[in-house]
Design a protein around this ligand. Sequence first.
Ligand code: GDP
Length: 378
Amino acid sequence: MNTNKHNNPSQHIDEHVHHPENDSQYAGLQVNAGVEQPPMINPYLKRRRRPQLSVSDYVEGIRKGNTAVLGQAVTLVESLVPEHQVVAQEVIEKCLPFTGHSQRIGITGVPGAGKSTSIDVFGIHVLKRGGKLAVLAIDPSSERSKGSILGDKTRMERLAVHPKAFIRPSPSAGSLGGVARKTRETIVLCEAAGYDTIFVETVGVGQSETAVHSMVDYFLLIQLAGTGDELQGIKRGIMEMADGIVINKADGDNIDRANLAAAQFRNALHLFPLPPSGFLPEVMTYSGYYELGIDQVWDMIDRYFAHVRANGYFEEKRRQQEKYWMRATINEQLLARFYNDDDVQRLLEAKEQIVLGNQQSSFIAASEVLKFYYDKMK
Ligand code: GDP
């Protein structure tokens, strides 16, 4: 016999209504009273919300090298919520005086070139000298859900568990300009947190190299040998951007082919004019997997930094980059403001239909939309 007050039908219901089902003679199922609904809001349950940090909390945490706070600040930078952006910009501005003291190194290569394997090895090599390393990524081509894995911790086994390494995957998909800006702002936060080497990884297949090139001091191109025509498929522009080219997987019976590829790259580079750094890009072979030639690759990068620090190009390039980013930021914000305007959006949609219907030329339609926007801004 069920003695629970709520579940005992005879005590709870019978006083008011007689249910034949509850008669002692009844052989079928009994009707049980429902359970009383608890209040919708449980006063004893405290929702565990992440405490809202103030701008100075963020800055202080970052300056102390608190990686949890740094991670949260990066999330804020990546957020599309306008209020988050306001806080993020303030945090960045307060961090700016503490930045600029790192070596920023871009690393590119086609998928499978061995970027993550190499970054893991290069990273450990750099960390042996002391200091801290941040690994960031730019991959505007794919969303995280679709498997954008650049900068993913699981691909860098040793760095992932290294206390002095901070790894952050690419901001999720958006315009290249937007993704690149977020990565650049993340560099600012990382430098303020004391990371003195920054790797920015990108896939060597498209536009993202230009974005990475505009935020790093040194651009390393990872290539593979033994794929037939070595120079085929490498965009001239990417080669021109490279400050150093390394042929990975120079191990086993691939060593000869790697050396051959290196010779071909050296010859090809001689055809290009000397870059503004005044440093003829060097070409090296190495094996990320077997950790062969890592010291030599890093000596090459050190030689570059020594060279450009001595001739002033290091500072000059950073100044030029600042100028570039000022313009890039203006462009991005102008576009965002224009396209996020509800009236503009409505007019645009209407004009698109008009243009599709051949009722107006695209040029006139565009002029009218712009005029509408300029008038609205007056
Ligand atoms: P990513 O796509 O550029 O990041 O390339 P991964 O680092 O994921 O490497 C792609 C594949 O190449 C993996 O199977 C690696 O194990 C392999 N690999 C990477 N570096 C080397 C190397 O130096 N030698 C050899 N033989 N294989 C390598």
